[in-house]
Design a protein around this ligand. Structure first.
Ligand code: F6P
Length: 405
């Protein structure tokens, strides 16, 4: 022992210093236990995912002292227990990066391809969650992810989700991150197509992503001044589209830009899909339901070359040389816009606050200028589609854009 004098806390109360964890009344309280949180990105990627991971991670670790585990490749990483501990060093320098440092997949826990079979792996997710003593799993994704997240919540996990997708079709949120950047890319593409369309007096059909929802095509089409906008929510007649192009020609404008969502449908196609969807909805047994479901899948699989067929039809109907440009995954790549960086950061940090306060079973949603928790039950299985009377549609019609209807 050294000769240093020992000091008794009680012998000299006037000079005693508070010892951490020991309040003046002498009772000992357990220090606060750090929360253990898992995070994953699931579904198609989009710009802003890294900004959201960073926003969540920095707030969770630095502000709230949580341990954060990043699961790799979406739900597959939880099933296989493949993860990386997120340190703040890993979160630095990723704000502006496209893609996701965690990787992503479209795998669903309850229908996962394993060894050539499709199995329900929900139990494996629950096991991984328990093994890491997680307090919550944060799931960043679009509509499919919200459905999977709700299933996991029902299986007993604490869940918080964030809405992302370039499609902007997640229910109960004004906007999803990724949409603004994709709209900017789409708009720039339409701007560039204008000059070449003008030089050659051509019709240029440009296809943008969006199977069920037309937000992206509508937004980029309106901002880029497309002459025709075709979206899944407004079925079109090809003859009406051709008429709009011919009218432009007669007015001395010998080029046209037709912006088409990948899921846009002619009236006949729309009726066919509606019939199949109604059949599925009203099926009297599982077999019947499955049959309608597979016919619907078949329809959507065949629909992939629909924009090419439309381009050929327009060339035949208008007699004007027509070309097709498919933007595809270009719309999902690269650095997020400042709007998306801001939104992802706000949603990520808000999710950390929700976890800290123990508000589970919710999606952090955007409502006007606020981030608001919305119960997952109100989000999962719903889609936010473009209403036929949406102000963007109205505005487009007022500047003379045709919807082919
Ligand atoms: O859900 C976003 C989205 O980009 C859709 O617009 C598009 O239809 C789909 O993903 C494409 O998915 P994948 O990259 O899996 O082909």
């Amino acid at each position: 022992m050294s000769g240093a004098p020992t000091r008794s806390v009680s012998a000299n109360p006037g000079r005693c210093r508070r010892v951490a964890g020991v309040p003046p009344d002498g009772r000992r309280y357990a220090p606060p236990v750090a929360k253990h949180v898992g995070i994953l990105t699931s579904g198609g990627d989009c710009p802003g995912l890294n900004a959201a991971i960073r926003g969540f991670g920095k707030a969770a670790i630095q502000r709230f002292g949580m341990d954060v585990l990043g699961f790799l490749d979406g739900f597959r990483g939880v099933v296989r227990d493949r993860s990386v501990k997120l340190e703040t060093t890993l979160l630095s320098g990723i704000l502006t990066d496209g893609g996701t440092i965690l990787g992503t997949s479209r795998d669903k826990p309850h229908k996962m391809p394993v060894g050539g079979k499709v199995l329900d792996m929900t139990e494996a997710v629950v096991e991984t969650y328990g093994k890491h003593r997680l307090d919550c799993l944060v799931c960043i994704g679009g509509g499919g992810t919200q459905k999977n997240a709700l299933r996991l919540q029902k299986a007993g996990l604490n869940i918080v989700t964030l809405p992302k997708t370039i499609d902007n079709d997640v229910a109960r949120t004004d906007i999803t991150f990724g949409f603004d950047t994709a709209m900017q890319i789409g708009t720039e593409a339409i701007d560039r197509l204008h000059s070449t369309a003008t030089s050659h007096n051509r019709v240029i059909v440009v296809e943008l992503m969006g199977h069920r929802a037309g937000w992206l095509t509508l937004g980029a089409g309106l901002a880029g001044g497309a002459d025709v906008i075709l979206i899944p929510e407004i079925p079109y007649d090809v003859e009406r589209v051709a008429e709009a192009i011919a009218a432009r020609s007669q007015a001395g404008k010998h080029f046209s830009i037709v912006a088409v969502a990948e899921g846009a449908m002619s009236r006949a196609q729309h009726d066919e899909v509606q019939k199949l969807a109604d059949g599925k909805e009203n099926a009297s047994n599982k077999e019947e339901r499955r049959a309608f479901s597979s016919q619907l899948d078949g329809f959507h699989a065949d629909h992939t070359d629909h924009t090419l067929q439309l381009t050929e039809q327009l060339e035949a109907l208008t007699g004007q040389e027509s070309r097709l440009t498919i933007l595809g995954h270009l719309l999902r790549g690269g650095t997020p816009s400042s709007f998306d960086r801001l939104l992802s950061t706000r949603l990520g940090t808000a999710a950390a606050q929700l976890v800290e306060s123990g508000q589970y079973g919710v999606m952090a949603s955007v409502q006007r200028d606020a981030i608001v928790p919305v119960p997952l039950e109100q989000v999962a299985g719903r889609k936010k589609l473009v209403p036929a009377d949406h102000p963007w549609v109205e505005s487009a019609r007022l500047v003379g854009t045709s919807f082919g209807d």
